[in-house]
Ligand binder design. Sequence first.
Ligand SMILES: [Zn+2]
Length: 520
Amino acid sequence: MGPLRLHNTLTKKIEEFVPRDSGKAALYVCGPTVYDSSHLGHMRAAIAFDVLRRYLEWKGFQVMHVQNLTDVDDRIIQRAQNEGVPTDVVTERYIGEYRQALQALNILQPHIEPRASRHIPEMVEMIKALIERGYAYYAEGDVYFDVTKLSAYGKLSGRVLEELKAGARVEPGEFKRHPADFALWKRAKPGEPNWESPWGRGRPGWHIECSAMSLKYLGMGFDIHGGGDDLIFPHHENEIAQSEAYTGREPFARYWIHNAMVMVRGEKMSKSLHNYFAVMDAMRRYPADVIRYTLASVHYRKPIEVDEERFVDAARAVDRLRGAVASADAVIARAKSGIGGPASQHLAGAAQRARETFEAAMDDDLNTAGALAAIFNLVAETNRATDEVAKGQSDAAQLQPGVATARATLKELAGVIGLVLGEAPVDARVAERVRDLAAALRREAGPLFTDHPGQNLDELVSYILAGRERARAKKDFSTADRIRGRLAEAGIVVEDLPTGPRWRVAAADGLRPPTGGADA
Ligand SMILES: [Zn+2]
């Protein structure tokens, strides 16, 4: 298959990915500033780069993934002061929450998660060298980077210094020579965390944190630097400036990959606009696969508008995918051994085509929408084949090898997108609704439901289905259909197969954003 091609923000072109070291991929992603709970906007970046990492690994690259935790920042200090606690109480809390969110969404843990607070000596070293080389200057306890000393300043964002001069504003207490100069070191203010340095006690600026940590763990000229497109300017522009000035070499990173934002009714999802879905709220309403599918179904460089409809669509899609795997499992369970035949070969061929189409789409700058379309073509082929077995029109043993191949391919390709396709985690509310339904049916249709319903979801659904079978045995099909409809309303999908009814938890459910003000 062909090479991976990625859009490089630095060249504004889609380029073939050629790593610094053959067969390896060194990836640095800007991690969160841990001052508050994560929302879906943060998870879009995490999922976009998780898909990139999984795909690089699927193509055979040995990936080294570094993602920092910004635990030294104005907003953290502000939050700690508001709560009257030390800053590390705030950072530990939100680092814990962030990791929990990543784990819940099946996002691979970075190989290294450096914290800014533990890399102050590396930052001080860089700042010292930048001053010695004439790229930075000391001013009243602060150290600034002099943007006029670097002719290439602005090459990532396309900003021009003249424009920046007109647009920028020097805050009171700053002693910059040029309005676009940025702080490498800030003098300590009372009550703030601070460290010793040649310029007195203080703390690093945000941009130098990422330069110091990426250079330490990945070295100059590493392969991919990623982050949200809101970081292009000034954060990434400044990372490039100080890193290339410090080393006297370029490029700092070979490919700059940026994901677009999550939007709500046309506006960027953000804390300050009160229009966000907190990750944990979303997780209570939807399985991880549905959230991942939602965020992966739109190309990473396009803004994604999230609303309830999009989640419901994603839930249906995930349900179809899981249904295809479940129906394949049923065929495999029925056939003691696989004999194979033309229909089996046809399905195996469809699996191979899906794999090739998937790879071609992903090679094209991670076209996840195209990759998912390839997966769904295989879902349709798998369903067609397994339906014939379920209807008794086709022999399970003759289809078994092809079905097994299709099933493995579905799981593998969906896995590159980070979808697990396991059984739906049982939503407590589904169990609650099924319990209510069992009680209601017992009252309404007594003769069909006499014994005790049981406690857990398995027992409850079995109880309801047993009553439905009694109705069917009496040829009371309207009652049987009504029971199936009410199970569907409760979130349980029932399929009637020649071997008897089979059920699963449907993925679809409703999600509404909080009404705002939750982060006050
Ligand atoms: Zn960064």
